[in-house]
Design a protein around this ligand. Structure first.
Ligand code: GRG
Length: 349
């Protein structure tokens, strides 16, 4: 009998390869900032501590910079063509996390204090703004006449990002059930805007910077948007059932703050008897304590919310794959993009 062949998990290798390619340009870009902002950016990126002492390694997955590099390679160019775009999307991602943590009052991210917690809210707002400006400046300087269209694509993704964040905030004041309840399609639109727009923009920018035709960049953009919905559905699962040691978030954090996440919305819309009990539990005033969170998580699961969110993630990954099938892509880069997809859903543990 032949022993089963265990293939190495290529996703972490792909992320590392792309990160190594982008890092020198990202460091140079950050050094252009005011030293105060550069310190906060380096802290947020996991390069250094509050006192400036160097830290061993990167903290984020670096997914957006990888998509930019792979977008260029998928279009038949060298990954180097995408570096300026990869730097821009990574700076925007860092900026959006800084502001998001302030808006949510989150005190930790990636198992470390958030920037506002470590440096204060005012400085963190300003550092975010500086990163935003730096991203636009970096992309505008793209060689070969690519700057203007690239900035245009980034600006369009940014307005979707802000729209998605607004949609998410507005969900908070909507009722759990009835005519005003958040419908699954509204959730998808929010997730596509808030998370998918930048993922899609990253891959499309990479392709455009490598001279790809518009159809190729648009297909990569659409794939990234589906990836965003899948990613957000998985994030919601982790917000309820994730291991705090792995997610860096306290257990049941999304339930405690009564967030309108996909598993909860799907459970409430299921018509299952557990849905009514869940509605009652969530609609009672006051903070949701640990015992109530545990009960709510059980009711969401009984009503099929956990399975529905996982199905949503898988369906969107399949749609992302379909988008990639519709255009000619360099096979090796296509394979590497495909390798990243299940890696993200496997985060559910
Ligand atoms: C960008 C113009 C502009 C405004 C900001 C604050 C805001 C408006 C939008 C928030 C967008 C946001 C934070 C979306 C969530 C994205 C997301 C899924 C973050 C986590 O991404 P990972 O897991 O992070 O890739 P790591 O830690 O790996 O880098």
């Amino acid at each position: 009998m032949t022993a089963p062949v265990t293939l190495p998990d290529t996703a972490p290798l792909v992320l590392t390869r792309c990160r190594d390619l982008v890092r020198p340009a990202l460091s140079r870009a950050v050094q252009r900032l005011h030293p105060w902002h550069a310190g906060m950016a380096a802290f947020s990126l996991g390069w250094s501590d509050v006192d400036g002492s160097p830290l061993p390694g990167p903290q984020g997955k670096g997914l957006r910079q990888a998509l930019a590099v792979l977008g260029a390679e998928a279009a038949g160019g060298p990954g180097e063509d995408a570096v300026v775009g990869a730097v821009a999307v990574e700076l925007i991602h860092t900026f959006s996390l800084l502001h998001d943590d302030i808006m949510d009052g989150d005190e930790t991210r990636r198992q470390r204090p958030t920037v506002w917690k470590a440096y204060g809210t005012g400085p963190a707002v300003l550092a975010g703004d500086a990163l935003f400006a730096l991203a636009v400046q970096t992309l505008a300087d793209a060689p070969g006449g690519y700057g203007a269209p690239a900035v245009r694509r980034l600006a369009s993704a940014l307005s979707d990002l802000v729209r998605g964040q607004a949609e998410d905030l507005l969900f908070e004041s909507r009722p759990w059930t009835g005519t005003g309840a958040v419908r699954p399609q509204e959730y998808r639109s929010m997730a596509e805007n808030k998370t998918g727009a930048l993922l899609g923009c990253a891959a499309a920018l990479g392709a455009e910077l490598a001279g790809a035709p518009g159809g190729t960049a648009d297909a990569l953009d659409r794939a990234g948007r589906h990836l965003g919905v899948a990613f957000q559905a998985v994030d919601d699962l982790l917000g309820i059932w994730g291991d705090p040691a792995a997610t860096g978030k306290p257990v049941h954090s999304d339930l405690r703050r009564r967030k309108k996440t996909f598993p909860v919305l799907a459970a409430l819309a299921s018509g299952h008897p557990a849905a009514r009990r869940l509605d009652t539990l969530l609609s009672t005033g006051g903070p949701l304590g640990e015992e109530a969170c545990r009960r709510a998580a059980g009711l969401v699961e009984d009503a099929g919310g956990r399975a529905a969110a996982l199905a949503e993630a898988h369906e969107n990954l399949a749609s992302a794959r379909d988008c990639l099938e519709r255009v000619p892509l360099a096979p090796a880069a296509h394979e590497e993009i495909l390798a990243l997809l299940p890696f993200l859903v496997r985060r559910t543990g």
